[in-house]
Design a protein around this ligand. Structure first.
Ligand code: NZQ
Ligand code: ZN
Length: 385
């Protein structure tokens, strides 16, 4: 196990009917900006409930944060916070709203060109001051509610923005607020959570036994509840389990002290930016292709994954790996999420632009060993056709 720091200050408030507790979680004298997306949170009454809980505090609202939040939209929210002396942000939505809110928190006091905040890649930005923020989660998927990351879209690119000052102070996780999600978004959330675990697990053995067993526990839970929570979208227990898995998959716990490989996410971001495919859907296409192309580099963990998560018993190692990959694809497909680029009409002619995007962002030596070249990324795309 490698040396690591584990720091996570987010207070999780989990369960049905917890929204009124916003009153004790937000400072009494706060000047609050509520941020939300394209309208679902307003339509289903969550914004009203949040405003009610905030009582007679000074409250403004900023709606219209799009899926894959845009820098230019967020800068309009930053202007509002500056003009109105806002000192607390409340995100009500999915990953896009939470990520966007983190960006607003960071940009609020930033002196200089805010586009500079997009240029740090996966390195945490050493800024210590940001507006404090809380979240009300309406879509279980990204883990943004308990981490310090966000992904911001600008022009033809998606840019990770990490900063310890943007951990939410609190996050309210009420599974019933997610019942209104369309099936496709729930399925995206199951896949996104699954792949977050895989990117911190499917590398090489590093004696991170707790991390491995916990990762496998999350994966197994997803295989148990994934289909159930799609079938009956208002069944509390499967949805509650999905929600907690999504949070725990990307709050730093399972990735501490072990190698990581974010290849599927980085290639997926390019596909979203260029072709508008939902984040989770890009991962269902790319992860199985990564497993195929990198089967030698990931051999031991692929075998462990197959055995412990899918109960693969094949004696022949190659057959066991083939089965582990096939079971993964079947799981995604059973949720209605395709595992091939062709499902989105994306063919080989699209690869040059995707590779150019990876190059522009410096993703030329990815993976747990830093040895995955642009040529390997192209082979992964070919394996996903
Ligand atoms: O905009 P509204 O009208 O609210 O509709 C949203 C949106 O269209 C809808 N929705 C959300 N909650 C709902 C609901 N509809 C009905 N009922 C509800 N309760 O769902 C649609 C998708 O929302 P979005 O927030 O975009 O989805 P998701 O949570 O999957 O977030 C995706 C974004 O998160 C980033 C992705 O790159 C992408 O930009 N990620 C953030 C990460 C992080 N911060 O750690 C890690 C992830 O890997 C990911 O990259
Ligand atoms: Zn993701």
């Amino acid at each position: 196990m490698y040396p690591f720091d584990f720091y996570n200050p987010t207070h999780i408030v989990f369960g049905k009917d917890r929204l009124p507790e916003i009153d004790r979680l937000v400072p009494k004298d706060a000047r609050v900006l509520i941020l939300y997306g394209g309208g679902s949170a307003k339509r289903f009454g969550t914004i009203d409930a949040v405003k009610k809980a905030l009582g007679d505090r000074f409250v403004m609202a900023f709606g219209g944060i799009e899926a894959n939040p845009q820098f230019t939209t967020l800068m309009r929210a930053v202007a509002l916070t500056r003009e109105n002396d806002i000192d607390f942000l409340l995100a009500v939505g999915g990953g896009s709203v939470m990520d966007g809110t983190k960006f607003v928190a960071l940009a609020h006091g930033y002196e200089g060109d805010e586009q500079g905040l997009l240029k740090h890649g996966l390195n945490p930005i050493p800024i210590e001051k940001a507006l404090p923020l809380g979240t009300v989660v309406t879509l279980p998927a990204t883990g943004s509610e308990m981490n310090m990351g966000g992904v911001i879209s600008h022009g033809n690119g998606k840019y990770p923005v990490l900063c310890a000052a943007t951990f939410p102070r609190f996050s309210i996780l009420d599974p019933t607020l997610t019942y209104t999600l369309p099936a496709a978004q729930v399925a995206n959330g199951v896949v996104d959570t699954f792949v977050h675990v895989m990117e911190q697990y499917l590398t090489f053995p590093a004696e991170g036994r707790f991390q491995d067993r916990t990762a496998e526990g999350i994966l197994l839970t997803l295989t148990e509840v994934g289909y159930a929570t799609l079938e009956d979208r208002a069944d509390y227990d499967p949805r509650a389990n999905l929600m907690w898995c999504a949070t725990m998959a990307l709050n730093g716990l399972i990735g501490a002290g072990v190698p990581q490989d974010w290849t599927s996410h980085m290639i997926g971001h390019e596909i979203t930016a260029l072709h508008g495919v939902d984040h989770g859907r890009t991962l269902a296409v790319i992860l199985p292709a990564v497993m195929r192309v990198r089967r030698e580099q990931k051999r031991e963990k692929l075998l462990q994954y197959g055995r412990r998560v899918w109960g693969v018993t094949a004696k022949d190692e190659n057959a066991a790996i083939d089965e582990a990959i096939a079971r993964t694809e079947f799981f995604f497909e059973s949720l209605g999420v395709p595992t091939r680029l062709s499902a989105y009409g994306i063919g080989e002619e699209a690869f040059d632009a995707i590779i150019a995007g990876l190059k522009e962002k410096g993703h030329t030596a990815m993976s747990e060993r830093g040895d995955l070249t642009l040529e390997d990324s192209r082979n992964i795309l070919k394996a996903a056709l």
